[in-house]
Unconditional design. Structure first.
Length: 308
């Protein structure tokens, strides 16, 4: 017989895996990974991203979608109704409206993207200098920003465009960027002013790091959230600006196909009443694209919110 103190150890039954819930530890994720994760949880932001990608793909592969030349005129087919040959009819010069709509997405998106990038470069450079150095540098840059902000955007843009003999896409992008940089500059300046007295910045200065290295390695990474969010919203603003200036005849000159030019061509009361297919599609294209970009911007703003 076995003694009482020599009892056989009981083996617990195996634990079922389904009784446990796997918990994801966000502590091992980088801030960028957490921001991307929050962004893709925003349904409107994801919808906006999908719509924008579709528009970009249409712009890139425009020849696959439109079989007609957007610049080719045909006096025998002026203001025709939609048909199998011309899906959205033709304009007052006999050009295919569908081809101009598809190819117009190239120009409108190019202007929006290029003007946004140019504005971001100006805003980041001037905002960084103003927020980091302060003093006289800050005073000069901020007074220049105040002067630009004091003048209405359309008045300032029209004044510059009227001086130029021929408006090209490059000149148009430059005009828009030169008249819209102060807002982003002020945002970057504010971010830098809040970071300038932080301990990690003082530590970098103490070990002899150069000003450009501190700005590049410490300031800009901490301000990347506001930069990305405002850059996204700027692109939508640029597309609307191109459409508005084209509508009053001060944008990209004809016959270059842009969404703004298509709406301008349909100002004739006869076309407005009898050919809605000439102006509704480009108007909807502007509306849908701008809404998609704004959805993305709102999603990025929530994703990069430091309080979250």
């Amino acid at each position: 017989m076995q003694s009482d103190d020599m009892k056989t150890d009981k083996i617990d039954p195996p634990i079922e895996a389904e009784n446990y819930t796997v918990v994801t530890d966000d502590r091992h994720r980088s801030p960028l990974q957490l921001s991307i994760r929050r962004f893709f949880k925003n349904k409107l932001a994801v919808l906006g991203l999908i719509i924008l990608l579709i528009v970009v793909l249409i712009a890139i592969f425009a020849p696959l979608f439109a079989e007609h030349d957007p610049l080719k005129t045909n006096m025998l087919k002026i203001e025709q109704s939609p048909s199998k040959e011309h899906y959205l009819g033709t304009d007052s010069s006999g050009r295919d409206n569908f081809a101009r709509l598809v190819y117009g997405s190239r120009v409108s998106l190019t202007i929006g993207l290029a003007a946004m990038l140019f504005t971001v470069v100006i805003g980041v450079v001037l905002g960084s200098l103003s927020g980091y150095y302060g003093g006289l540098v800050d005073g000069i840059i901020m007074r220049a920003a105040d002067i630009v902000l004091a003048l209405p955007f359309l008045v300032l843009a029209l004044t510059i465009i009227s001086i130029v003999e021929k408006v090209t896409i490059g000149i148009f992008v430059t005009v828009i960027a030169v008249t819209t940089w102060p807002t982003l500059t002020r945002i970057i300046r504010g971010s830098f002013l809040s970071l300038r007295e932080q301990e990690f910045v003082q530590g970098a200065k103490a070990i002899g790091a150069s000003d450009m290295r501190i700005i590049r390695k410490h300031f800009l990474p901490n301000a990347i959230g506001p930069i990305i969010v405002n850059a996204t919203l700027l692109m939508a603003t640029m597309i609307i600006a191109e459409s508005a200036l084209s509508f009053i005849g001060m944008g990209i000159p004809q016959p270059t196909p842009t969404w703004g030019n298509m709406i301008t061509e349909a100002q004739n009361i006869r076309i407005l009443r009898n050919n809605p297919e000439a102006w509704i599609p480009p108007g909807l294209s502007i509306l849908i694209t701008v809404l998609a970009i704004n959805f993305i911007g709102d999603g990025l703003r929530d994703a990069f919110d430091p309080k979250r």
